[in-house]
Design a protein around this ligand. Structure first.
Ligand code: BEZ
Ligand code: FE
Length: 293
């Protein structure tokens, strides 16, 4: 029955309108969405004006989606939905490195760089070396693994945010691990930075007393022969906001210390002055076919 619907009968009517959906997964998703949405409205009892405000907010979010600015992804991130989806899709062997959000600043097809290359093309910031071994969960190295890295500069800005001011592919690159699964590169110690907050998501953060900052981190996507591709970050211990990431993406297992190494032979091998700063970040990848982001 689709006429004379009331507050109590309308939900069932909308649910049954999807009965003929040929794709059963789509039918279930839409029915579940309607059930939760109607329950939300019953719970909140919005005024017409409040509902219009919500529609206007989502419209503004949509208007802020173009090029590499994806406000809907930011909304999903700041409401914790991106990390929840990631957690659901990454129930994996406990030994594997944990995943976290991709974020909006990854660039497909970043330049391949030789092991040891310096990705800090703008020359600002405290130099450091990042090194590690890519392994599979049985402990064997993944020779020739790829490691795609990107990070913000010393001002907290990604190259793609101010392309006219920063060198192309600043602080990003794709490395190929050696025959022992080892990788290393030169970069700068990352710092915390705010997510783009000049749009409706920023407004939402301000009107709820939330800050827009992410703790210092470096992004990684790693994969290789026989292993599932992993999307993750390393986070810097003691970074401001380590306990209040605006996008809820910190995992204790991904937090690393920047150590000072005083060893001339190692410094020479990495091509940096001695002593130098080092971050160790090994990654353990699940077997191909398992759930991993
Ligand atoms: C980032 O780390 O690049 C990022 C992640 C989520 C939202 C905004 C930025
Ligand atoms: Fe980031």
């Amino acid at each position: 029955m689709t006429s004379d619907l009331t507050e109590t009968t309308i939900t069932e009517a909308v649910l049954s309108s999807f009965d003929g959906t040929p794709d059963p997964r789509l039918r279930d998703i839409l029915r579940t969405l309607v059930r939760h949405l109607h329950a939300f409205v019953r719970d909140v009892e919005p005024t017409h004006q409040e509902w219009q405000n919500a529609v206007d907010f989502l419209t503004n979010v949509g208007h802020m989606c173009h090029g590499n600015r994806q406000e809907f992804v930011l909304l999903s991130d700041t409401l914790g939905v991106s990390m929840l989806v990631d957690a659901i899709n990454n129930r994996k062997p406990s030994k594997a490195t944990e995943s976290t959000v991709l974020g909006p600043f990854h660039v497909s097809g970043a330049p391949r760089r030789p092991l040891g290359a310096d990705i800090a093309l703008d020359g600002a910031g405290e130099q450091c070396v990042v090194s590690g071994i890519v392994r599979s969960v049985d402990g064997t190295p993944v020779p020739g693994a790829f490691i795609d890295v990107w990070q913000a500069n010393a001002d907290g800005t990604y190259d793609v945010q101010t392309p006219d001011l920063l060198p192309e592919s600043n602080l990003r690159g794709v490395f190929t691990a050696d025959s022992d699964g080892r990788y290393w590169f030169r970069t700068i110690v990352p710092r915390y930075y705010p997510i783009p907050d000049d749009g409706p998501v920023g407004q939402m953060l301000r009107s709820t007393g939330r800050h827009p900052n992410r703790p210092a981190h470096i992004h990684f996507i790693a994969g290789g022969e026989g292993v599932a591709t992993l999307t993750t970050h390393l986070f810097i211990n003691q970074s401001p906001y380590i306990d209040s990431d605006a996008v809820f993406a910190v995992k204790q297992s991904l937090i690393r210390e920047v150590v000072t190494v005083d060893a001339q032979d190692l410094a020479s091998a990495y091509g940096v002055p001695n002593p130098f700063r080092l971050i160790d970040f090994d990654m353990t990848l699940s077997p191909t076919g398992s759930c991993q982001g």
